[in-house]
Design a protein around this ligand. Sequence first.
Ligand code: SF4
Length: 272
Amino acid sequence: MENMDGYHEELGLVLARAWNERDNSTPNLALADERALFRHSLAGACARRLYYEITAPGQRAGVDMPGSWAMGLGSVVHDLYQQALPEDFEVEVDCYIERSRSAGHIDAAGVHHDEQIVIELKTMNGTGYRQILQAGKPRTSAAMQGALNAYAWDADVLLVVVLPMENVSAPNAAKMGIPDSWRYGRTFVYPRKEYMPLANLEIDRLAQLAQTIETTPPVRMFVDDGAFRVVVDPANGACADGKKTWHCSYCPFQAQCMADAAQEDGAWGMNN
Ligand code: SF4
């Protein structure tokens, strides 16, 4: 089958292009609260990235088409999930934490069966979802974002809901020994005593960063599974512990960070 004219393919990609134009026309979304420095959606993120978000938003790389397609599909599921929730829930609730000067949009919050519940929703590709199932826990960043929102709402329970963009097949589910319902969604439950340590870890880190971040580039350090890890090479995400992280390849400031790393002589260098 031949592609006779460019406009044939254009028609096939019309939705992806529309999403891509939208994503790149509003790269710097407003914070949920004007007092905030930090977004809850970047919980656990590399401190240097947070610095660039605040001091150099113009250096942010644009979103590519595959990225827009993935985000667009995720946001459609997000919207439909929120519409399907019981009426007990408010959706897209703004929240703010003074101590960490951080703000977020809570996906859903409300009293259900006499419990104050906050829901943090994440959509994911199939590979990422299977990794979550194997790990038996959501990504640190998702749990920390949910924990900050739950803290701000004073929730009894945080639910981190992870929905895949494709099912786990029946044969793979049998191999993994998972129930049928986990083939298309997994809910992780954090009672207050479990989400509070995550929230406090991030609130303390952000409170400390808030004192200097507007003037001083911080160490390239992020939070992973309750521990701090330091990036030593932003080009490939190599960390001081000898492992690699995905943070750098998904970072919209990677080019700026690499350029700065090449200039730094150690005062704020990669190993500090
Ligand atoms: S490229 Fe890596 S080290 Fe640099 S700001 Fe981004 S996440 Fe941090």
